[in-house]
Every structure is written in structure tokens, then in C-alpha cells.
Write a protein that binds this ligand. Structure first.
Ligand SMILES: [Zn+2]
Length: 464
């Protein structure tokens, strides 16, 4: 049994780990590496293995940094099954074609630069058609259903509580009479989530591949999120302006809609219109409605009572460009939720352009923004920012709520580790910037002296 770290080792994107058991080759996740565009293209194009030689892929969840290179894997000859939960597959059915459109835009930018240097143009990593073709290879199983997927390999998904359909991957392995249980955490949720159940506890874990995104950081408590949101909105709407919330289309937007719904029912929200202006977010919200098996008891009750957690009187979901444009004419206070969360693309750019110059308005951040993105600059309250290549003065108020994070923080990761059963004789930390993974590694070594705990190194192979 061997494991090779092919991505998300020493970084948070491009999750890919190659497992070999009894001669079968199984890839855990096939994520897109997201960095500077030119490097990212090359790194995503060149797999560290021949895709045609893989037997199967096991996908932990739909986020692009875990699923986004699947269409390229299929384009380069992978013909095996892609195992995921049902909700993960459904989210991929909108997220992968959307990613293909972004690939096509990115390659235009890359090719402009290449032509300046006299280099030949390159093709997009994959097309919308490749994304559609890869969806045909999905095989889905629900949580807690064990399924043999290769000789000596049995797969079980358990809930990760991170996004809709997200799973921790349990692989029961048997090679030459040697039986071991490997757990791949995928991304681990915080617990006490408005929509999802808490991450499930795995038992009997021998080998652990664990995420470490926030291995050295603590967030505000998730239970404070609703209350904090309420007070930010109250403050912002008193000025009779608009509140623009850049939010990730999948999960964060639905979480916000649900919280706004419960606040509105409790009479704790000013009576203003709320718009979700992102075609991907609207599509994702429809997929959420189809998956009652993924929700916590409270949301499940909402659905069971035939109430719609993602629809209420003041809320409008916007698909059409004309409707999106008409929001510019709006003079009354309103809340506009729009993607992308880091303000790098999408309709949120139009709303920012039209609204950040007015001190009555508020831009509210509820998620992570990578360094040097437009979202990061606004979060850091730059005086002036460029949008669509033009400078705009930032006069709107800026508010930040980190309590909605989808990732467990340091304390929550340590609890997750402690709740897990089994010897955890070997542990590799993945999916973290080096200082975050290192911080978690040091703490785990102190608390679990019997285990061999290390930060996974990109391109390295370990024996199990
Ligand atoms: Zn994720």
C-alpha cells in the first residue's frame, strides 16, 4: 500500500492523493490548483501520473479545489468510476461547467501574454463539454453505505459537515492479509452549522490524511453568527443605504438565505427586499432543496413541514441579466447577495462598482478572501480600488464577519482528532498553508506522542 501526495500538500488548493493497493490505483479528489494564472495552468495540465492508468476516483466534496480538475482528467484518458455522494454529484453538475467557462476566460488572458513573448497559444484546460462528459462517470452512494470499489478496497462516506454532500472518506484496505483503515478527512466543518450536521466520528482509524486549513487559527464562535449578522444589518440599514454581500455561490449563500429567513420570521430583520443575484447561487439553491438527507434536524423539520428554508416573502432569486441590471436603479435600502465571494468575477463586480462610492452603503464580507484579490483590498479598506480596469473611491462602510467559516478552526480540528477512534498510527496533514499545517502538526505531536505525525510533502510517496 502506497500513497503519493499529488496536490494540496503545502497549500490549500489542488487536492489530489494517489493510493495504490493490490495494484489498483485510486485517486482521492481531483482538485484544481488555484494560484497565479500562468503557473496554475501548467500545474493543472500536467498530472503527476497517467490519468488513463487510474482505476477510480473518490471525491470528498464538490468545491472546485477538490473536484475542479476532473473534466481534464477525463479529457486526458481516465475512464473509471468517480465515486461521490449524490449531493456532491448534483453540485458538480453546475459547478464544473461553470468552472469550464472560467477556464476559457483565463486562457484568453494567458494567450495574450504568451503572444507578447512569441509563444504559441494554449488550449483551455477543459471545455463545458468535457465537464458534461465527466459527469457521466459518476457513481453515487449515500452516507454510511459501504461499497467495494477495487480488489481489497471498501469505501464508506461519512458526513464532514463542511458543505452540502461533503464527506469524509473511509477506505478499508486489505493487502496480503494486512488490514488497515485509512481516513481522508476531506474538508472538515466547524459543527453547529445552520444547515448541516456536525462532522461524524470515524472509528478504528489506522492512517489519517487530515486537512489543516486553519491549523493555527481560531474563529468567532459559529453560534454568534446570527446575532452578529443581525446587528451588522441593523447598523447598515439605519443609514438607508444598500448592503452588498459578496458570497460564495455554493453553501455560504444558502446559509445566509436560511439565517435571513429565520431572522425575518422572528421579526428581527428590517423590512427590506433581499436579492440573490448570481445564476450559480440560484442553481445551487435549487439543488439544496433536493437533498433533505444532508441537513441537520432543524432544517429537516422545515422541509418536513413543507416549508421552504430557502424562500421567503422578501427574497428574490435573480437569474436574468435584465433583472440584475434593474437593481442598479433601485433607490431604497436593500440587501444584495452576489458572487464571487472574493470579488474576482461575477455580478458582484457591477454592484460594487455602482455602490462603493456612497457612504450610506455597506459591503459585508462573510468569507475568506485570498491576498491581492479585490475582496481582500476592500476588506483592508483601501482608499481606491480598480474595478473593470477603472479606479473607484471606496467610501462605503466595510464590515467583516468570519463566524460563517466553513472550515474547522484550530480548536475544532483538535476536537475532531480527539473524537476519532483508532490508533492513528500514521498521520499526514494536507490542505494548509505551511505555517498553518506546521502549527497543527506541533500541537498534535504534543497531544498524541505515540503517533507518527507529519506535514505531507508535495510529490512525495509514503508506504502505508
Ligand atoms: Zn471545501
Amino acid at each position: 500500500m502506497k500513497l503519493k501526495f499529488c496536490g494540496a500538500a503545502g497549500t490549500t488548493t489542488g487536492s489530489q492523493h494517489l493510493l495504490e493497493v493490490n495494484g489498483s490505483r485510486i485517486l482521492l479528489d481531483c482538485g484544481l490548483y488555484q494560484g497565479h494564472r500562468a503557473d496554475a495552468w501548467e500545474r493543472n495540465q500536467d498530472f503527476l501520473f497517467d490519468p488513463a492508468t487510474l482505476d477510480a476516483v473518490v471525491l470528498s466534496h464538490a468545491h472546485i479545489d477538490h473536484s475542479g480538475n476532473l473534466p481534464n482528467l477525463v479529457r486526458q484518458g481516465f475512464r473509471g468510476n468517480i465515486y461521490s455522494t449524490f449531493a456532491t454529484r448534483d453540485l458538480c453538475s453546475i459547478m464544473l461547467p461553470d468552472s469550464a467557462r472560467i477556464q476559457e476566460q483565463d486562457v484568453e488572458w494567458i494567450n495574450k501574454r504568451r503572444s507578447k513573448n512569441g509563444d504559441d497559444p494554449v488550449e483551455p484546460l477543459y471545455s463545458e463539454q468535457d465537464a458534461e462528459l465527466c459527469l457521466r462517470q459518476f457513481v453515487n452512494i449515500g452516507y454510511d453505505r459501504a461499497l467495494p470499489i477495487a480488489n481489497g478496497v471498501r469505501l464508506t462516506f461519512i458526513d464532514a459537515g463542511h458543505i452540502l454532500g461533503s464527506a469524509q472518506v473511509i477506505l478499508d484496505l486489505e493487502e496480503a492479509g494486512n488490514r488497515k483503515r485509512l481516513l481522508f478527512s476531506g474538508d472538515v466543518g466547524r459543527g453547529r452549522n445552520e444547515l448541516l450536521r456536525d462532522p461524524a466520528n470515524a472509528e478504528g482509524v489506522d492512517f489519517l490524511l487530515m486537512e489543516s486549513t486553519y491549523g493555527g487559527r481560531e474563529h468567532e464562535l459559529p453560534t454568534q453568527a446570527n446575532h452578529l449578522l443581525e446587528s451588522v444589518l441593523e447598523r447598515a440599514l439605519k443609514k438607508r443605504g444598500k448592503v452588498i454581500i459578496p458570497a460564495f455561490a455554493v453553501e455560504r449563500t444558502q446559509q445566509l438565505i436560511y439565517v435571513l429567513h429565520t431572522l425575518s420570521e422572528a421579526g428581527r430583520l428590517p423590512d427590506v427586499p433581499i436579492f440573490v443575484d448570481s445564476p450559480l447561487a440560484v442553481g445551487a439553491t435549487e439543488i439544496f432543496r433536493l437533498h433533505p438527507e444532508c441537513f441537520n434536524d432543524e432544517v429537516y423539520r422545515f422541509l418536513f413541514e413543507k416549508r421552504d428554508p430557502f424562500g421567503f416573502e422578501n427574497l428574490s432569486l435573480i437569474r436574468k441579466v435584465s433583472e440584475s441590471k434593474s437593481l442598479n436603479e433601485l433607490r431604497e435600502p436593500a440587501i444584495i447577495i452576489s458572487a464571487s465571494g472574493m470579488c474576482e468575477a461575477g455580478r458582484v463586480l457591477h454592484h460594487l462598482r455602482n455602490n462603493i462610492g456612497d457612504p450610506r452603503n455597506t459591503v459585508l464580507f462573510v468569507g475568506y478572501c485570498a491576498e491581492n484579490t479585490l475582496g481582500w483590498k476592500i476588506r483592508n479598506r483601501w482608499d481606491e480600488v480598480n474595478i473593470f480596469g477603472e479606479p473607484f473611491k471606496l467610501r462605503a462602510n466595510v464590515e467583516i464577519l468570519d463566524s460563517f467559516s466553513g472550515h474547522a478552526d484550530r480548536g475544532e480540528l483538535l476536537d475532531y482528532f480527539d473524537r476519532m477512534g483508532g490508533s492513528r498510527e500514521k498521520v499526514w496533514l494536507v490542505h494548509g498553508e505551511p505555517e498553518q499545517s506546521k502549527a497543527l502538526c506541533e500541537t498534535l505531536r504534543e497531544r498524541h506522542p505515540g503517533g507518527a505525525i507529519e506535514v505531507a510533502q508535495w510529490k512525495r510517496t509514503v508506504e502505508l
